[in-house]
Design a protein around this ligand. Structure first.
Ligand code: CA
Length: 225
């Protein structure tokens, strides 16, 4: 079961951005535009993590933070446009576990979210499975049927992205963002090269193709009917 994240943020644009992005990452997301609604949601559906904006209309983020903390040990990541040390200290005093200053990069946010969730519930290494393909996040090895194979760092990241989003078409832009983390020149064929490496490793016993090209768009992990 994926982790449930409660987003409390009054700015529609940012709240929707967070909701879309975190849903894409596989989290279940509840969202509230004000503190009271956030508290109500936290009671109805206890979240595994709270993303909490500091500046909220009505009850501010610090008060929301104190009230959530009074009732629960759930990790709280505060979001704020302010950057001063005082705000940071006050936020942490109110029971927040971490602090992220706007504007933030989505990848940075996801990294903090993962770190907080890991700390909260120390999890065993995970094994992703799709069809007869496996990916072990502990050993960072892949397995097709009974045959294990090693992966380079980038091959691992790319295969993990596919395994976390099975049957979902991943555009070249998404793959660049998630695996290479920067804007790549449009002429680069680096994704094609790495997909070819992964196909060699996953199909080397003549197995069926699992990583398919979606012409003009990107790639998808799926079984052909
Ligand atoms: Ca705000």
């Amino acid at each position: 079961m994926s982790a449930r994240i409660l987003v409390v943020e009054d700015e529609d644009r940012i709240r929707q951005f967070l909701q879309r992005g975190l849903t894409f990452e596989g989290y279940r997301v509840d969202a509230a535009a004000d503190g009271q609604t956030g508290l109500d949601l936290a009671r109805e559906n206890p979240p595994d993590l709270v993303l909490l904006d500091l500046m909220l209309p009505g009850m501010n983020g610090l008060e929301v933070c104190r009230r959530i903390r009074a009732a629960s040990e759930v990790p709280i990541l505060m979001l704020t446009a302010k950057e001063t040390i005082e705000d940071r200290v006050v936020g942490l005093d109110a029971g927040a576990d971490d602090y992220l200053v706007k504007p933030f990069a989505f990848d940075e946010l996801v990294a903090r979210v993962r770190a907080l969730l890991r700390r909260a519930q120390p999890t065993k290494p995970q094994v992703y499975r799709f069809a007869d393909l496996e990916l072990d996040t502990g050993t960072r090895q892949g397995k097709r049927g009974e045959r294990s194979f090693d992966l380079t760092a980038k091959e691992y990241e790319l295969l993990e992205l596919f395994m976390r989003h099975p049957r979902q078409v991943l555009t070249r832009e998404v793959i660049f963002d998630r695996v290479w983390n920067y804007d790549f020149g449009g002429e680069s064929n680096i994704i094609e090269v790495y997909v070819r490496y992964l196909r060699q490793k996953t199909e080397s016993d003549g197995q069926t193709r699992l990583i398919h090209t979606v012409r003009g768009i990107g790639y998808v992990l799926r079984e052909e009917a």
